[in-house]
Every structure is written in C-alpha cells, then in structure tokens.
Design a protein around this ligand. Sequence first.
Ligand code: NAD
Length: 377
Amino acid sequence: MENVFQFADELGPSKVIHVYEPSAGLKAVLVVDNVAMGPSIGGVRMALDVSTEECFRLARSMTLKNAAASLPHGGGKVVVFSDPNIPMEKKAVLMRALASSLREINEYIFGPDMGTNEDCMVYIKDEIGRAVGLPREFGGIPLDEIGATGWGVLHSTEVALEFCDLKLEGARLVVQGFGAVGKNAARFLSNRGAILVGVSDSCGAIHNPEGLDVDALIALKDSGKSVIEYPAGDRIDCDCIIDIDCDIWIPAARPDVINEDNVHRLKTKLIVEGANIPITLCAERYLHEKGVICVPDFIANAGGVICAAMEFQRASECTVFQVIEEKLRNNTRLVLTESVSKQVLPREAAMNLALQRIRKAMSYRRWSLFSSAPGFI
Ligand code: NAD
C-alpha cells in the first residue's frame, strides 16, 4: 500500500480511507483533502488503473477548484477500482456498498465523475442521503445532462481568446474525449461559431479540417457508438488527436495526456483544460514559454462543481447557468491578467488565488490558534 504521508503537505489530505467490501466486490479509496472551506465535494470515479496518489491529486484539484470558485466546500475524491463499463445493476451494488461504508464520513459529499452518473448518485442518495448530481425527478440538477462543465468551458474559452487575439467565430477546435464534458463543450462552442475539426474517444479519433457535425457526433455517442463511426472524416489513432492543427485544444478525458514526451506535438494557441490534471506541470511550462495559453483545470472546469454545490443549497437550474457564467468569466480574466502582469504561469496565478482563500479559511479553524502559538512543535 502506498505511503500516503509522502504526498501530504500544509493543506492535507485530512483523511485517506481505503474501503474493502468483498461481498460486493468493492475496492475503493476516498481522499478527503482540505476542508477548511467546508465539507468536501468531489466525484466518484470508476476506473481500473488509478493509484491512491492520483486520487489524492484529483482531490487536491477539487480543493483548489472549490476555493477558486468561492464555494463553501473543500476537496475530495473517491476512486472505485472497477471497470467503468460494467452494467448498471453491478454499479448499483458497488455504489450502495460504497455509500454504506462511508456513511459516517460527513466531510465528503458524493458526486458523479468518470464512470459514474446521475443514476449512480441516486443509489448513494437512497442509501445514505448525501449525494449531489442527482436527476431532476430526485430534486437534483443533472450537471452532465445540462452540460454544466461544458458551459463553464465555453465562458472560460471566450475570455481566454481575448488574451490570444482570437475570435470564437471560425476558431478551429479539437476536443479530446467526447463524454459529458467534451461533447457539451463542443456543443456550446460550436453553437457560438467554433468549428470542430477533431475529436476523440477511447476507441480512436476523427479529423476533418472542414469541420465535423457536433449534433451528429453526439447522436452517435448517445446510440452507444464511438466517434470513429462518423462517416465524413479521417479516422486516426486516439493519440494522434494531439497532432491536429487548431486554435483551441480541449482535453476532456484522462489525466497527464499531455506530458514531456508529447507536448511539442501540439499545434494550438489556446488550451482550456476540461479534464482534471490533463497536462503535467513541465508540459504547461513548455507551452507557456511557447506562448500557448493554458487555462488550468481547476479554473476552467469548475462549472460542474459549482452546479453540484448549488444543488446542495437547493438552487434552481436557471440560476446555475448564470452563476457558472459569472464565476468562470471573472476567474479566467483574473488569472490570465495576473499571469500576464506578473509573468507567471496561469496555473501559478490560479494557485495563488485559491491558496489565498484556503489559508484564510484555515486561519479561522479553532486549532490554528494553538498551532501558531510560540513553542508549538
Ligand atoms: P466521461 O466518462 O463522460 O467521458 C470521458 C470521455 O473520454 C469518453 O468519451 C471516453 O471515451 C474518453 N476517453 C477515455 N480515454 C480516452 C483516451 N485515452 N483518449 C481519448 N478519449 C478518451 O467523463 P467526463 O465526465 O466527461 O469527464 C472527463 C474529464 O473531465 C475527467 O478528467 C473528469 O474528471 C473531468 N471533469 C468532469 C466534470 C463533469 O462535470 N463531468 C467536471 C470537471 C472535470
């Protein structure tokens, strides 16, 4: 088992819990990171190849995201070690067992993530009552269905384009990953004039410099097929999505997809990180030096968690769109302005914004008075 203290720092994680429930076939890990701002909200990811450390990094990303978006929540994440393609009946068993095992951990509010969806949240809600991202019939605001994160990506992209002297109308767009985030980001951006020239999913990628029909691609995915079934384009390897010449490149799939080995292949002017931690820090530095703007994940993809937090507060669906728009536009502008004026990476500017808020919240914690007293070891 990994030594979790090797990645602990001044912010957290506050709890790392491994869950094993053999009768349900459940193996999972929960990382509750910093909770100074409030109980953590973060998704339940179902995957076979995620380490505890990666789960921690994802939880940290939620801490920063929630703080940057000024939400009264800390960051957390669950990884369920399972094939995300198992049938829903099996997922239901895993979700119920997971919820039951973590019933007492009130500092964590369950939400959907890769491999889980609104239905999964209903099972958790039914078991312990503490889940967001529920379907409408259950009083939820279905964040993936309405495309909350994609809506935020749209607004972040619009503001970031001003910093690249580009317009959205006619801008060439590539989207890696065509799930809840990718397809909604593509839909909102193309509705405002962007031209989708490349898209991928786990089966492969499709490229057409003349443009792809986003609605047709969504219909394909909704019918259970891959984007590579799209008839009017070149079928290329999944990984070759990196090589497509474009103006805006949106990662909306897995972590670390852009790294030291492949970053030099990107041919774009702007990257808006729809996925969590899709680009390694070294690769972001390389891009910054090349003049490519990267809007960091915890700024650009905060739409989903803003929606989840608002659902938790029982807000209405239409106010969610307004709030995401306002927060994402303000934060993107704040971060990119700071990045330009202080000549730092956008991620550094975003970290400063989030850390300032978290440290302030931590200073109000009861025990911080004791730990800052003279003589405290
Ligand atoms: P999803 O499961 O709905 O979709 C993931 C997509 O990525 C699928 O189309 C899948 O085929 C594709 N994919 C998987 N591996 C791939 C690969 N190697 N190359 C290309 N495509 C690949 O997941 P999602 O909810 O859209 O989340 C995507 C990313 O965005 C994740 O990093 C998630 O943590 C992050 N995120 C999601 C939300 C949200 O609201 N759903 C919010 C913030 C961040």
